[in-house]
Design a protein around this ligand. Structure first.
Ligand code: FAQ
Length: 311
């Protein structure tokens, strides 16, 4: 009897059995996973840049050590995720070429500049906070290598978020200048962080299939709402004003209602016209070109060893 691979796949999804690299899967499932995982990997790698900008200027040796460790963690997440994408049959070099040519997307958030030390705390608190909310459900994604990678990534992101919030608590108890710096960072990062969750559900083109295939478990708007509900009390503890005149708590629903997101700004950044898109891609291309000698040396070493084994 002929095996119905599609049916087998559907049953696995239905019964929460993980799909593994050598299993049969629909082409569109493979394609959307390659899309999401590679975008995610690029975000981790490009995401190192705004923070790396402050490693040399961290206010103490201790802060520098923490920031170095965090940025290294992000590199690890990126490499983990490139490996997960490779299990779907893509080559690393193709994935990287797509980033360097500007074809591939990465998270809009990393196209904003880090102007002050408070921005580094904001990235930890808000950006890593948003990343955790989005990624904890991905630990249950239907594709095994992606879901397993997310477990470790989320543990590390939790530490990142804590260190960011702690740095902001210190600023919130500081001088008037430090408090003003904190508020200024909040004013610049709040809205772009809400955009990280992606377009509204009505225009989120990939959501329907990703939810059906149990890659995504919650919609963009659901996660964004959860983020707002969690973050407002934390912002209040820091003594911050939320830069949204329309924000109000709805007693009936138990949720915060918030103002309209500037979607024009979001799509503009996604299309490559944000404040730092060019700078970020230039930095990645330069890093790749400057690292060519390492790849060449590794290849030459490998060839030499192979030759020796033959002799
Ligand atoms: N930026 O149909 P949907 C981190 C695109 S965390 C740019 O809703 P989907 C940690 C989307 O790709 C950040 N583009 O898409 C860290 C699609 O275009 P396409 C990374 C965006 O996939 C912290 C189109 O819009 N996290 O790096 C964005 O169902 C601190 C339509 O959107 C992840 O990648 C955006 N914000 O939902 C590192 C998590 N949003 O591909 C360093 C995994 C949407 O059709 C420092 N990814 N687009 O051409 C996901 O969960 C999903 O892919 C979403 C988007 C939720 C991001």
């Amino acid at each position: 009897k002929e095996i119905d691979f599609q049916q087998l796949f559907d049953e696995k999804i239905e019964n929460e059995v993980r799909i593994e690299p050598k299993d049969w899967m629909p082409d569109a499932y493979r394609k959307t996973l390659v899309r999401q995982i590679s975008q995610h990997a690029h975000s981790e790698i490009v995401g190192m840049l705004p923070e790396a900008n402050w490693i040399t200027r961290a206010p103490s040796l201790n802060r520098k050590k923490i920031l170095l460790a965090k940025v290294q963690d992000e590199a690890g997440h990126g490499l983990y995720l490139y490996c997960a994408a490779e299990t779907l049959g893509t080559s690393r070099i193709q994935t990287l070429n797509d980033l360097h040519s500007g074809k591939a997307k990465y998270s809009s958030i990393f196209n904003y500049p880090t102007l002050t030390w408070a921005d580094i705390g904001m990235i930890g608190w808000l950006v890593d906070g948003a990343a955790i909310l989005n990624q904890v459900p991905l630990c249950r994604a239907s594709y095994g290598p992606y879901a397993r990678a997310m477990v470790r990534v989320c543990k590390e992101e939790s530490f990142h978020q804590r260190q960011g919030y702690e740095a902001l608590v210190v600023l919130s108890k500081g001088t008037p200048e430090q408090k003003a710096m904190l508020q200024d960072a909040m004013d610049r990062w709040w809205w772009p962080t809400l955009m990280m969750f992606g377009p509204g559900d009505d225009v989120s083109s990939n959501s329907e299939l990703s939810m059906k295939w149990r890659i995504k478990r919650f919609s963009n708007d659901e996660l964004r709402q959860r983020f707002v509900d969690i973050s407002i009390p934390q912002a209040e503890y820091l003594g911050l004003t939320i830069p949204d005149p329309d924000l109000k708590f709805n007693d009936e629903t138990g949720h915060y209602e918030f103002g309209e997101i500037d979607w024009e700004e979001f799509w503009n950044v996604v299309k490559g016209n944000g404040k730092c898109n060019k700078e970020r891609l230039d930095a990645r291309r330069n890093a790749h070109e400057n690292g060519a000698w390492v790849r060449d040396a590794a290849t030459a070493y490998h060839e030499k060893r192979k030759q020796r084994e033959l002799e």
